[in-house]
Design a protein around this ligand. Structure first.
Ligand code: NAD
Length: 308
């Protein structure tokens, strides 16, 4: 194939996001869903979003909303949806059996070089692809919600995944403006969710132990650590935080860090009496997309395509 057509399997929140990203990079995107009519509805929803983004000057890519929309098509038939694709991004329910069976079905309709990629957040590749025969073309490409604003994609190989498949996927993600990272082997939670779990656990313990309020622990991230981490990672932060870099940082602070780490409590169970002080808090904001749109407009308005 000529590497122009991508098939998106499953047209929920994440399937629609992938479709929007791939058309922003100029690819033809064929959307399939096993609920009849669902993929057509998805295109209607995407159209609405593309028009809104264009009006807000936040549309990604070089093409207009109308041009991007013209690259989309919807299918209720799996074999038609897969015809001509060089890359398939699966976005069905997060259930192992559902994923295993859709990949098994897909393999009947695609050539052996077609890359099969899963959006799974919590399942490891060796489980997801266990019913696929040619697993060297399989990987997980894990996006972060909302993917149109958060660019990270974790690329996670099956033990048998070919290096060329990782490379092609890395290039594709880069081309559509995402920020891919490579995991060298599979691990439960990949990288992002493992780091996130550590942050959740300690934040939860601090509130539960009466050290700080829910509102204030959120501020510790959004006005503190998060401000650094939005631009530079923990390693580079340490490097910049000591006059002579990372080694210097560790010679000054590693004792502190080790002492604090060994004072961490057990893994919280996130329920029961103790959790009530955390769970009963009311939040005023309830729409993820809107928060990101607002935040981007506030902070990055000068970086949008129209303004450059
Ligand atoms: P969703 O429930 O919004 O959408 C799933 C879609 O898949 C539905 O439209 C459903 O009709 C369709 N579907 C189900 N079984 C199918 C099948 N056999 N064939 C074709 N279509 C089928 O779910 P979502 O939030 O879009 O999540 C999709 C995947 O992306 C999951 O694996 C999830 O873990 C992963 N993911 C989600 C997020 C997130 O924040 N929502 C983030 C990263 C990754």
């Amino acid at each position: 194939s000529d590497m122009k057509i991508i098939t998106v399997i499953g047209s929920g929140l994440i399937g629609r996001s992938w479709a929007m990203l791939f058309v922003s990079g100029g690819y033809n995107v064929k959307i399939y869903d096993n609920q009849p009519g669902q993929s057509t509805k998805a295109i209607t929803e995407i159209k609405k979003q593309l028009v809104e983004l264009e009006e807000a000057h936040m549309l990604r890519g070089e093409l207009s909303a109308a041009q991007q929309l013209a690259l989309l098509s919807s299918y209720d038939d799996l074999s038609q949806a897969l015809d001509g694709a060089f890359f398939v991004q699966e976005c069905v329910f997060e259930q192992l059996e559902v994923k295993q069976s859709i990949f098994h079905d897909m393999e009947r309709f695609v050539g052996k070089d077609v890359i099969l990629s899963s959006s799974t957040s919590c399942l490891v590749p060796s489980k997801v692809f266990s019913k696929v025969q040619n697993r060297s073309r399989c990987l997980v490409s894990h996006p972060v919600n909302p993917p149109y604003y958060v660019k990270l994609v974790e690329l996670v190989p099956h033990p048998e995944t070919a290096a060329a498949v990782m490379d092609t996927t890395h290039a594709l993600m880069t081309k559509v403006g995402q920020a891919p990272v490579l995991l060298k082997k599979e691990i439960d939670g990949f990288a992002l969710n493992r780091v996130q779990a550590a942050i959740i656990a300690e934040s939860w313990r601090l509130v539960q132990d009466g050290v700080i309020s829910v509102k204030d622990i959120d501020l510790v991230m959004s006005e503190g650590l998060g401000m650094r981490y939005a631009f530079i990672g923990p390693m580079e932060t340490m490097h910049l935080n000591a006059p002579k870099g990372l080694e210097d940082y560790m010679s000054r602070y590693s004792e502190n860090i080790t002492r604090i780490l060994s004072s961490f409590g057990p893994v919280p169970d996130f329920c029961g009496e103790a959790a009530k002080s955390v769970i009963n808090v009311k939040f005023s904001v309830c729409d993820f997309q809107k928060v990101f749109q607002f935040w981007f407009k506030e902070h990055f308005s000068t970086l949008t395509r129209e303004a450059v």
